[in-house]
Design a protein around this ligand. Structure first.
Ligand SMILES: [Zn+2]
Length: 120
């Protein structure tokens, strides 16, 4: 049985987007209540009946949340241009070594805007 599990996380952070046009609103310093989904995919061993403990996803993700929550994202190495696209890849790169079954990261910058990254 193949399954995909999703666990969602949230953090608050500020950013500006230096590659947008000079008069674009995203060039100004502003903040978001970001959310992101960590999606893992794999085969369930029948004897176990589950793919991974959701708690293990949380343990793997907590160090990343600590680096993002209430920070100015542009100052974090690798996030000098913190678009949702780059943020999704950055989270993937941090998380994948601890979660080999990682399938996708979805960053929700607002309630209606999201970017999904499925790895290289
Ligand atoms: Zn923004």
């Amino acid at each position: 049985m193949r399954v995909r599990l999703t666990k969602s996380f949230a953090f608050e952070a500020a950013h500006d987007l230096p590659t947008f046009p000079a008069n674009h609103k995203c060039r100004r310093l502003h903040g978001h209540s970001f959310r992101f989904d960590v999606i893992v995919e794999g085969d369930v061993e029948p004897a176990k009946g589950f793919l991974i403990d959701y708690g293990d996803i949380k343990i793997a993700t907590e160090p990343i949340l600590k680096r993002l929550d209430h920070y100015y994202l542009n100052e974090i190495p690798g996030l000098e241009n913190p678009t949702s696209e780059n943020l999704a890849k950055w989270i993937w790169d941090q998380l994948q070594p601890a979660l080999p079954d990682l399938s996708a990261i979805i960053v929700h910058e607002t309630c209606s805007s999201a970017c999904e990254y499925r790895g290289p």
